[in-house]
Design a protein around this ligand. Structure first.
Ligand code: ZN
Ligand code: ZN
Ligand code: FE
Length: 764
């Protein structure tokens, strides 16, 4: 029977080859009709045999083009019109824009084949791309997505490219970044002052220099990388020296999956993630006896390593000759956002790189590489940026009446904007106490508002009165919803799991402002999206120096010794276990605690990790954010089978259940004094904390009847702890929710803020 169907497809469906895909599919199935882009998505009418129409709808659902992210397909039958051909119609552009800007994806296999084919006209063309691949979010300045609104606008297509662009059967049909060596951007190699280096081929010159041990600044999709040969000890040491990045691990780019597997141990999920079109850095265990030797300085004292595969044509060509493993680290000074403009790059990276491989296509939105790990069977973010931003999360609330801007916290900034119930999360912005990151924050908010065509009517922020984000939010003149930090963490899990609660929330992190004005960071909440009740915490301890304590784990170690053993005994123990802490410094701490000077109390789980790492002799001072906890986790990884733990006795303090961290410290100190090696102590510390937290959850279950636990907060970036707690909770009959769409740390907190605000505003 002949039928006609009208189909509406929504999601990331524009600029991703959807119309040529629909055209090809309809023609193949002998269907007539048309397809067009509209502000609301892609609209299709198809007419033909009902079996053909059914096959058409199935294919739309089951195998859309690689860059498309279909969120919904609505279809309805209508009267056949007798049409006999299939056409692509002009886009309608009136009305408010409702499409989703695609994230940037890795260069596709077809394009790589052309890149390598000596007879193809795009052979070794550094900017090759098609509708199935390449930059999007980073080059789009405005919507609807077409070339005039991207940073490709300044390059006029040559007749040959234009013909491909206009041909619905071509892979580059309406691929807005289509170009070739004749008409596209140009690659150049320069010295650190921006002066051209004379050579036949900038690409080959760059490879030659890398092979000779030089450090290159390489312009990629979302910004500059600093690159050097990862197997060259001297080059890597020099890069570390120039970056003044004491010990923070560098990411490695491997020429191929095979090369990656010579350095790291990958399970099936991790292999899949490594090869995915989003191309994140995948954090995996290092081969203990790696067949491929990478320089020790790439990831010193670390059992794991971050590996990614090439994702731009330029990366592919870097590996053409003898190189197969490159350090690829963000082109920035530590904690600043990645450099993305040529002038800025020369200014900021001039002293770091020996040469610059650059080009003249502007990057509109800078994005760092995303960093992921697989824990408890699911890929999880440590940093969510390139390849994923700004893909949205569907909230369980309609925000149309009052769209919400959520500004996040302070470290690892990321903004979030709602549109019609979807929450769009920006790229990673860095630590917002840096001026450059703060500028990036403003640009990100502005870009979200413009590309989504949204004017926020309310703003959500943290409770912390001194955060720049909070002050900014309060200055906007909009209704403000202030969300407690740890409630927002747990809400981010609820939002991405499509849950409303109530649940038991376990939020462990470094620091968040409590509603009593104290420093919180080891919290047990009973909460839903709208409200929370604090029902437990890690027992508070003094934190002399306040936030500054995060920089000196040895000081926190000493404070914990005092708490666990009293001031007198602590002095003797500190001599043995914390030799790096001078007696003078100890006296200052004693003084601060005894006189209550600049000495807030803190329930932080992060500081407990700091103390343990220091007492294990692993880390006295953090040279980068969360170094001590990462080293403690790293040590635990090398004692994998250890099941010992330190006993902890949760206490009740009124309505608040307290988990005494000092119990754990007592056990750990006894082990250290008995000469138990650090990795075993680290494993027992993790086991103890997980057991104690699960015991608190069990108590809360019997009090409340709730048996779902949501885990979030920066401490759950610790794969070891997250895996352990998930398993133990499940064994105890709990359902466990944890972040998989946004990071568990403050990079995901704006989503939680938006979800809470959406719920509170819709209840009003
Ligand atoms: Zn392609
Ligand atoms: Zn061309
Ligand atoms: Fe946090």
């Amino acid at each position: 029977m002949i039928r006609r169907a009208r189909v509406k497809v929504q999601g990331v469906v524009q600029g991703v080859g959807f119309r040529p895909f629909v055209y090809g599919l309809a023609v193949r199935l002998g269907l007539a009709g048309h397809v067009l882009n509209d502000v609301g998505g892609v609209f299709i009418e198809v007419e033909g045999e009902d079996t053909g129409i059914e096959a058409f709808l199935n294919a739309l659902r089951d195998c859309p083009p690689p860059m498309a992210r279909v969120q919904s397909i609505h279809s309805a039958y209508m009267n056949p019109t007798g049409e006999s051909a299939f056409r692509i119609l002009e886009s309608a552009t009136r009305g408010s824009v409702r499409v989703v800007v695609s994230p940037d994806l890795a260069v596709c296999g077809d394009c790589v084949a052309e890149l390598e084919n000596t007879r193809n006209r795009r052979h070794r063309h550094a900017f090759i791309n098609c509708t199935n691949c390449g930059p999007r979010y980073t080059i789009i300045e405005s919507v609807p997505y077409d070339r005039a609104r991207t940073t490709m606008a300044e390059f006029d297509m040559c007749p040959q490219c234009r013909a491909e662009y206009a041909d619905p059967r071509n892979r580059r049909f309406h691929a807005e970044a289509t170009c070739c060596p004749d008409c596209g951007p140009r690659l150049d190699i320069t010295d650190p002052h921006g002066r051209a280096i004379a050579c036949d081929d900038p690409m080959r010159e760059a490879v030659r220099r890398l092979a000779a041990g030089q450090i290159l600044a390489v312009k990629g999709i979302g910004g500059f990388h600093l690159a050097c040969d990862a197997t060259n000890e001297q080059a890597v040491r020099e890069l570390r020296r120039r970056k003044r990045r004491d010990l923070k691990p560098f990411a490695v780019m491997a020429a191929s999956k095979m090369q990656a597997m010579r350095v790291g141990v990958f399970n099936e999920d991790e292999k899949w993630l490594l090869k995915s079109a989003e191309r994140p850095i995948v954090l995996v265990r290092r081969h203990t006896r790696a067949p491929e030797r990478i320089a020790e300085e790439v990831a010193p004292r670390n059992a794991r390593i971050g590996i990614m595969l090439p994702y731009t044509p330029i990366h592919h060509m870097l590996f053409e000759d003898s190189l197969h493993l490159l350090v690829m680290t963000s082109g920035n000074a530590t904690d600043e956002p990645i450099a993305h403009e040529n002038d800025d790059a020369y200014l900021r990276l001039g002293e770091l790189a020996d040469a610059f491989l650059i080009h003249n296509r502007r990057i509109h939105v800078r994005t760092d590489d995303s960093v992921m790990q697989v824990v408890a069977g699911a890929p999880r973010f440590l940093r969510r940026s390139r390849g994923y931003a700004p893909f949205p999360v569907q909230l369980d609330a309609d925000t149309s009446a009052s769209e919400i801007l959520a500004v996040g916290a302070e470290l690892n900034g990321a903004a979030c904007l709602t549109r019609a119930g979807q929450a769009y999360i920006s790229h990673h912005l860095g630590d917002l106490d840096h001026l450059a990151a703060w500028e990036a924050f403003h640009q990100a908010v502005e870009t979200l508002c413009r590309t989504l065509d949204v004017v926020p009517a309310a703003v959500a922020c943290d409770l912390h009165p001194a955060y720049a984000t909070t002050r900014h939010a309060r200055g906007l003149g909009l209704p403000v919803v202030a969300v407690q930090h740890h409630h927002a963490h747990i809400a981010s899990v609820l939002a991405e799991s499509g849950r409303d609660g109530p649940v038991i929330g376990v939020s462990f992190d470094g620091f968040g402002w409590g509603d009593d004005g104290n420093a919180w960071g080891g919290e047990f909440l009973v909460c839903d999206l709208a409200e929370y009740r604090r029902v437990g915490c890690i027992a508070p301890v003094p934190q002399p120096g306040g936030d500054a304590a995060a920089k000196r784990p040895a000081r926190t170690g000493y404070v914990m010794l005092r708490e666990a053993f009293g001031a007198e005994e602590a002095a003797g123990l500190a001599d043995r276990l914390l030799p790096a802490l001078a007696a003078e410094e100890r006296r200052v701490i004693d003084d601060m605690i005894e006189h209550g000077v600049n000495c807030p109390s803190s329930t932080s789980a992060g500081r407990l990790f700091d103390a343990a790492a220091a007492l294990c002799g692993l880390c006295d001072a953090n040279t980068y954010h969360a170094q001590a906890p990462m080293e403690l986790e790293g040590a635990a990884w090398s004692a994998k089978a250890e099941s010992g733990y330190y006993p902890v006795q949760p206490r009740e303090d009124g309505a608040l259940l307290q988990l005494p961290g000092v119990d754990i410290i007592r056990g750990l100190v006894a082990d250290r004094l008995a000469g138990v090696p650090a990795p075993l102590c680290a494993a027992r510390f993790h086991n103890a904390l997980a057991r104690a937290a699960v015991a608190v959850c069990a108590k809360l279950r019997s009090n409340t009847g709730l048996s779902t636990v949501a885990l979030s907060g920066g401490v759950f970036a610790n794969a070891w702890l997250l895996g352990l707690m998930t398993a133990m909770l499940q064994e105890n009959g709990f359902e466990v929710l944890a972040n998989a769409v946004v990071p568990p740390g403050d990079g995901g907190i704006s989503l939680g803020q938006a979800a809470v605000a959406a719920r509170r505003l819709s209840c009003v």
